[in-house]
Design a protein around this ligand. Structure first.
Ligand code: HEC
Ligand code: HEC
Ligand code: HEC
Ligand code: HEC
Ligand code: HEC
Ligand code: HEC
Ligand code: HEC
Ligand code: HEC
Ligand code: HEC
Length: 328
C-alpha cells in the first residue's frame, strides 16, 4: 500500500500548484509517476524500445497505432504525443530484464509499471485527466465531483482502450456498458413503451453526458424540457394556452426510459391527470351540453386526452368560449 501514500502525496502536491508557496518547483507529472511505481531510477524509453524486445503486444501496438491516441504527433518535435508509457508509466526497468511468467512465456517486468488496475478510481482518472483537461475536452469540464467521479467510477470503467482501435465508447455497446452498473435502467428499457435505445436508434448519451453536467441526473441540457425538445421540438412552446408550468418538466407525466403505459406515461389515464385534478363527467360540466343522453351525463370520463387532446399546450382557443381547456 506504499504507492497509495505516494500517489496521494503526489496528487496533493499537484493539486496545490496555485498555493502561495512558490519557492518549491512543482515536479513534472512524469516524476510523480516514477514515485508511484516506487522507482525513481525508471526512465521513459518510447514505444519502439518498449515493444522491440517481445512481440506479445504486437496486436495492442497495431490497434494503438490506428487509434486517435496513436495518431497524435507533437507539432514542434514531430514525436508521438501519446505512447504506451503515457498511461503505463516509465518502461525502462520493465524491459531491462525479461522474466518468465508462470505460463513459461517470457514477459516484461510488469511489476515495475504502474499497477493501473489497482489504483484508487480517482487516481486512475487522473492518468487520463493529465492530458484531458477541461480546456482540451470541454465535455469533461464537469467531471470533478460528478456522480460518477464521486462514486468510484473511473474512466477505465467505460473506456476499454485495448479492445480495438476505438478509444471512445462505441455507441453500439454503450447501453450494455451502462447496464452493468445500472440494472434497474435495463428493466425500464425492457418495458412495453420505451425509447428505442435497445433498438440502437438512440443512446444514453443523447440525453445524458456521463462525464457530468450541471443538471440533476447528468442531463445533456440545462433542463429536462430542453433535453427532450431537442428531438420533440413541437412541444417546446411557448403556447398561447399553456398547461400551466406542468410541461416544463416532461417527467411530471412521462417516464423517460420506459413504462408499461403508452406512450411512456408514468401512470395510466385517468389516474395520471387525477394526481392533480378531480375528474369529471358530462353532468357536472355544463359546457359539455352536446352530450345530451342521460347515460352519457352520468359516465365518468376516463380517457381525458380524448377531449383534452392538446395536453402539451396549444395556440387554438376552445369552442366552449372559456379559455382553451387544452382541447384542440
Ligand atoms: C491512454 C492510456 C493507455 C495507453 C496509451 C496504453 N494503455 Fe495499456 N492499458 C491501459 C489501461 C487503462 C489498461 C487496463 C488496466 C486495468 O484495468 O488493469 C491497460 C492494460 C494493458 C495491458 C494489460 C491488460 C490487457 O489488456 O491485456 C497491457 C499488456 C497493455 N495495456 C499494454 C499496452 C501497450 C503495449 C501500449 C502501447 C502500444 C499501451 N498499453 C498503451 C491504458 C493505456
Ligand atoms: C499523453 C496524453 C494523453 C493521455 C494520458 C490520455 N489521452 Fe486520450 N487523447 C489525447 C489526445 C491528444 C487526443 C486527441 C485529441 C482529442 O480528442 O482531444 C485524445 C483522444 C481521446 C479520445 C477520443 C477518441 C476519439 O475517437 O475521438 C478518448 C475517448 C480518449 N482520448 C480517452 C482517454 C482515456 C480514457 C485516457 C486514460 C486511460 C486517456 N485518453 C489518456 C491525449 C491523451
Ligand atoms: C460512465 C461511462 C464513462 C466514463 C466513466 C467516462 N466516459 Fe468518456 N465517454 C463515454 C461515452 C459514452 C462517450 C461517447 C459519447 C458519445 O459518443 O456521444 C465518451 C466520450 C469521451 C471522449 C470523446 C470526446 C468527447 O468529449 O465526447 C473523451 C475524450 C472521453 N470520453 C474521455 C474520458 C475521460 C478522460 C474520462 C475519465 C475522467 C471518461 N471519459 C470517463 C463514457 C464515459
Ligand atoms: C462502473 C459502474 C458504472 C457504470 C459503467 C456506469 N455508471 Fe452511472 N452511476 C454509477 C454510480 C455508482 C452512480 C451513483 C449512484 C447512483 O445514482 O446510482 C451512477 C450515477 C449515474 C447517473 C445519475 C446521476 C445523478 O446525478 O443522479 C446517471 C444519469 C448515470 N449514472 C448514467 C450512466 C450512463 C449513461 C452510463 C453509460 C455510458 C453509466 N452511467 C455507466 C455507476 C456506473
Ligand atoms: C430520452 C432521454 C433519456 C435516455 C435515452 C436515457 N435517459 Fe436516463 N434519464 C433521463 C431523465 C430525464 C432522467 C431523470 C433526471 C432527473 O430529473 O432526475 C434520467 C435518469 C437516469 C438515472 C438516474 C435515476 C435512475 O433512474 O436511477 C440513471 C442512472 C440513468 N438515467 C441512466 C441511463 C442509462 C444507463 C441510459 C441508457 C441505457 C439512459 N439513462 C438513457 C433521460 C434519458
Ligand atoms: C435523441 C432524440 C430524442 C430525445 C432527446 C428524446 N426523445 Fe422521445 N422519442 C425519440 C424517438 C426516436 C422515439 C420513438 C418514436 C417512434 O418509435 O416512432 C421517441 C418516443 C417518445 C415518446 C413516445 C411516442 C410514441 O408514439 O410512443 C414519448 C412520450 C417521448 N419520446 C417523450 C420524450 C421525453 C419526455 C423526452 C425527454 C426526457 C424525450 N422523449 C427525449 C427521440 C427522442
Ligand atoms: C400533463 C402531463 C404531460 C406532460 C407534462 C407532458 N406530456 Fe407528453 N403526453 C401526455 C399524454 C397524456 C400523452 C398521450 C396523449 C394521447 O394518448 O392522446 C402524451 C404524449 C406525448 C408524446 C407522444 C405523442 C406524439 O405526439 O407523438 C410525446 C412525444 C410527448 N408526449 C412528449 C412530451 C414532452 C417532450 C414533454 C415535455 C415538454 C411532455 N410530453 C410533457 C402527457 C404529458
Ligand atoms: C403535476 C400536476 C398536473 C398533472 C399531472 C396534470 N395537470 Fe392539468 N393542470 C395543472 C395545473 C397546475 C393547471 C393550471 C391551474 C388550473 O387551471 O387548475 C392545469 C390545467 C389544466 C386544464 C385547464 C386548462 C385551462 O385552459 O384552464 C386542463 C383541461 C387540464 N389541466 C387537463 C389535464 C389532463 C387531461 C391531465 C392528464 C393528461 C392533466 N391535466 C395532468 C396540473 C396538472
Ligand atoms: C368528453 C370530453 C371530455 C373528457 C373525456 C374529459 N373532459 Fe375535462 N373538460 C371537457 C370540457 C368540454 C371542459 C370545459 C367545461 C366548461 O366549460 O366548464 C372540460 C374542463 C376540464 C377542466 C377545467 C375545469 C375548469 O373549470 O377550469 C379540467 C381540469 C378537466 N376538464 C380535466 C379533465 C380530466 C382530469 C379528465 C379525465 C378524468 C377529463 N377532463 C376528461 C371535456 C372533457
Amino acid at each position: 500500500m506504499k504507492w497509495m501514500t505516494f500517489i496521494l502525496l503526489a496528487l496533493a502536491t499537484l493539486g496545490s500548484s496555485c498555493s502561495p508557496r512558490t519557492d518549491q518547483p512543482i515536479a513534472p507529472v512524469r516524476d510523480y509517476e516514477r514515485m508511484v511505481v516506487g522507482r525513481l531510477d525508471a526512465d521513459y524509453i518510447g514505444n519502439e524500445a518498449c515493444l522491440a524486445k517481445c512481440h506479445k503486444h504486437d496486436l495492442k501496438k497495431e490497434n494503438f497505432n490506428k487509434s486517435v491516441h496513436g495518431e497524435q504527433v507533437d507539432a514542434a518535435s514531430g514525436l508521438p504525443l501519446v505512447n504506451c508509457e503515457s498511461c503505463h508509466g516509465p518502461g525502462s526497468l520493465a524491459v531491462a530484464e525479461l522474466e518468465i511468467a508462470p505460463s513459461g512465456e517470457q514477459r516484461c517486468r510488469i511489476d515495475t509499471l504502474l499497477a493501473l488496475g489497482e489504483l484508487p478510481s480517482q487516481a486512475q482518472s487522473l492518468i487520463c485527466l493529465k492530458c484531458h483537461s477541461a480546456a482540451s475536452s470541454p465535455n469533461l469540464a464537469m467531471w470533478s465531483g460528478s456522480s460518477h467521479d464521486s462514486n468510484e467510477v473511473s474512466c477505465f470503467n467505460c473506456h476499454k482502450l485495448h479492445m480495438g482501435s476505438q478509444q471512445k465508447l462505441n455507441r453500439h455497446d454503450m447501453a450494455e456498458t451502462c447496464y452493468i452498473c445500472h440494472a434497474s435502467v435495463r428493466n425500464q428499457f425492457a418495458q412495453i413503451s420505451h425509447h428505442p435505445v435497445n433498438e440502437h436508434k438512440m443512446d444514453c448519451s443523447d440525453c445524458h453526458n456521463p462525464h457530468g453536467t450541471m443538471t440533476k441526473g447528468m442531463l445533456r441540457e440545462a433542463t429536462v424540457k430542453a433535453t427532450c425538445t431537442r428531438c420533440h421540438m413541437e412541444y417546446q412552446g411557448p403556447f398561447v394556452f399553456e398547461h400551466a408550468d406542468v410541461t416544463e418538466d416532461c417527467t411530471n407525466c412521462h417516464s423517460p426510459h420506459g413504462s408499461p403505459n403508452n406512450p411512456l406515461l408514468a401512470v395510466s389515464q385517468p389516474f395520471l391527470c387525477m394526481q392533480c385534478h378531480a375528474g369529471h363527467s358530462a353532468s357536472n360540466r355544463s359546457a359539455v351540453g352536446t352530450l345530451s343522453s342521460p347515460e352519457m351525463k352520468q359516465t365518468f370520463f376516463n380517457r381525458c386526452t380524448d377531449c383534452h387532446s392538446s395536453i402539451h399546450g396549444t395556440d387554438v382557443p376552445s369552442r366552449h368560449g372559456r379559455g382553451t381547456f387544452l382541447s384542440r
